[in-house]
Design a protein around this ligand. Structure first.
Ligand code: NAD
Length: 264
């Protein structure tokens, strides 16, 4: 088997204090990259993630307090990464939130928040990173979208709109960079067991008056034919492949990792 090879030296992962972002950051750390992360959490939680990244092999690991719903904070985050490492050649846009409600009952401020964090923040971080990637003529942009970038579900208007938008943004960036060494792809996971999904499981249990175990089963079996959650490592290792030099021809793609969800 060909050994893993990447021209990447420095990576930025948004929303890496939890779930998918943390798993992807850890996989990148194992390849000895410099890593800049953001994401909410207590001082102790953030310190633990940074310690874990260094223990996994990160050359350097920094956390920059950032609210991704604010343009100036996204700009500050990328500028801090550029200042610390001199370049950013991997950008993983992962930070995201969910809110569920019928369209006519959807709180307007929740709509704004979901769109700004799940979509607009990715536009801002991409435009901030591209000059560094273009200077090196190499880069990897991975947008963590969702199956909800490809298909819809009820009560997720803002999330589905944001993720479909992210898939569109991915294609434009890929086309604009097609004749460079920069790729841009969207990864589209199905259900992955993280705090974001845990909240939805708890809501089903509460509304339907069933146990957490039953609610988990109901959530999974309704959409995901594999009948199991996608494992964090399955996602993280796939992202690592996209970061490898071998993945240079994969660009503009929206790649489902969804246990068959979108095959139906
Ligand atoms: P999570 O709740 O475990 O982690 C979300 C991360 O984003 C956290 O680190 C959190 O602090 C950070 N974050 C949230 N709002 C932020 C803000 N305003 N500024 C900075 N950081 C912020 O969720 P997860 O399941 O790991 O989700 C990560 C991404 O994967 C999201 O974009 C989500 O839409 C996507 N996704 C998740 C699933 C799933 O089943 N879990 C499926 C498909 C796509």
């Amino acid at each position: 088997m060909t050994a893993f090879k990447t021209s990447a030296r420095s990576a930025v992962v948004t929303g890496a204090t939890s779930g998918i972002g943390r798993a992807v950051a850890l996989a990148l750390a194992e390849k000895h990259l410099n890593i800049a992360i953001n994401g909410f959490g207590s001082e102790a939680e953030i310190e633990k993630v940074l310690t874990d990244l260094k223990a996994a092999g990160a050359k350097e690991a920094i956390h920059v307090p950032t609210d991704m719903s604010r343009v100036t904070e996204v700009e500050h985050f990328i500028n801090e990464a550029l200042k610390a490492f001199g370049e950013v050649d991997v950008l993983v846009n992962n930070a995201g939130i969910q809110h569920t409600a019928l369209v006519e009952e959807f709180p307007v401020e929740k709509w704004e928040q979901v769109i700004s964090i799940n979509l607009s923040a990715s536009f801002h971080s991409i435009r901030m990173c591209l000059p560094s990637m273009k200077a090196k003529n190499w880069g990897r942009i991975i947008n963590i979208a969702s199956v909800h970038g490809l298909v819809a579900s009820t009560q997720k208007a803002a999330y589905v709109a944001a993720k479909h938008g992210l898939v569109g943004l991915t294609k434009v960036v890929a086309l604009e960079c097609a004749d460079t060494g920069i790729t841009c792809n969207a990864v589209c996971p199905g259900w992955v067991e993280t705090p974001l999904v845990q909240k939805q499981v708890e809501a089903i249990a509460a509304v339907d008056g069933i146990s957490i175990a039953e609610a988990r089963h109901r959530l999974i079996s309704e959409k995901q034919p594999s009948n199991r959650f996608v494992a964090l490592d399955e996602l993280a290792q796939f992202c690592l492949y996209l970061v490898s030099d071998l993945a240079g021809s994969i660009t503009g793609s929206s790649l489902p990792i969804d246990g068959g969800w979108t095959a139906r």
